[in-house]
Design a protein around this ligand. Structure first.
Ligand SMILES: Nc1nc2c(ncn2[C@@H]2O[C@H](COP(=O)(O)OP(=O)(O)OP(=O)(O)O)[C@@H](O)[C@H]2O)c(=O)[nH]1
Ligand SMILES: [Mg+2]
Length: 246
């Protein structure tokens, strides 16, 4: 069965968030053709077992359990490969992303002319919820650096909430992605040799209630490495874009 929309949800120890997330998706996408694929990195808390058991009862729910692998971006990329819907979304499994945005994102993509819709915390009307001052400072600094260093025209290049048309994922683009770390959206924009037609929709980033954040030094380090690598790749991406336009 092919759905109109596949939602890829990377998870690591999110067992208490699975049922509420499914309830939210079911309500938000009533009447639409959709599936959700949880890509779980063998969470010790049993996230994958719960998803698999819920998948027996619901045709909307699937689980891809990765053994011996870690990483948010690579989990999303594996999720892209394991789904077939013409539109595919990425959203966190911790309820911080407002699922009520999904129908609007889908309608925009179905309307044509747009490749990718971003759930943006920094667009007018969006918010970062109750980020502590230090976390907000880091998020803003990362956003600023990503925009300046890579010349990205995005309000929220570090967002983990977006939906795209599958045709965007050409083998050339997939081959250029770093695929490492947490920031797949930034990787996509920095690696594409053609302009990506995008829209940003504001949403309020919710507070994490259950489970633990995976942000930390390792994530920050991965982010810096991605920035440097994409900055170094930029001349090659630009040359490819010029070659294409000749
Ligand atoms: N498959 C997989 N998922 C991951 C990995 N690291 C994090 N995730 C998931 O990616 C999503 C985002 O991770 P979070 O730790 O919530 O990151 P965040 O939302 O930027 O940070 P907080 O606001 O502090 O929660 C969540 O659904 C995590 O469970 C990983 O290595 N593999
Ligand atoms: Mg989170």
């Amino acid at each position: 069965m092919t759905y109109a929309l596949s939602i890829v949800v990377p998870t690591r120890n999110e067992v208490d968030n699975v049922r509420p997330l499914l309830a939210g998706l079911t309500a938000a996408l009533a009447g639409r053709s959709w599936e959700v694929l949880f890509v779980d990195d063998d969470s010790p808390d049993g996230t994958a077992d719960l998803v698999a058991s819920l998948g027996i009862a619901s045709p909307h729910v699937r689980c891809l359990r990765r053994i011996g692998r870690r990483g948010l971006s690579s989990a999303c990329l594996d999720g892209f490969q394991a789904t077939t819907a013409p539109f595919v979304a990425v959203m966190d499994g911790d309820l911080q992303h407002d699922e009520r945005l999904l129908p609007q994102m889908l309608a925009i993509l179905e309307g044509g002319g747009v490749d990718l819709v971003i759930g943006s915390r920094y667009a007018p009307g969006g918010s970062v919820g109750d980020f502590a001052a230090a976390r907000l400072g880091l998020s803003r600094a990362g956003t600023w650096v990503a925009r300046r260093l890579l010349g990205l025209p995005l309000g929220d290049p570090l967002s983990g909430y977006f939906m795209l048309r599958r045709e965007l994922l050409t083998p050339v683009l997939l081959g250029r992605l770093s695929g490492k770390g947490f920031k797949l959206l930034l990787d996509l924009f920095a690696s594409s040799d053609r302009p990506i037609a995008f829209r940003e929709l504001p949403f309020g980033f919710r507070r994490r209630v259950a489970g633990d954040s995976k942000l930390g030094i390792a994530v920050a380090w991965d982010f810096l490495r991605l920035l440097v690598r994409k900055r170094l790749d930029r001349p090659a991406v630009r040359a490819a874009a010029r070659g294409r336009s000749r």
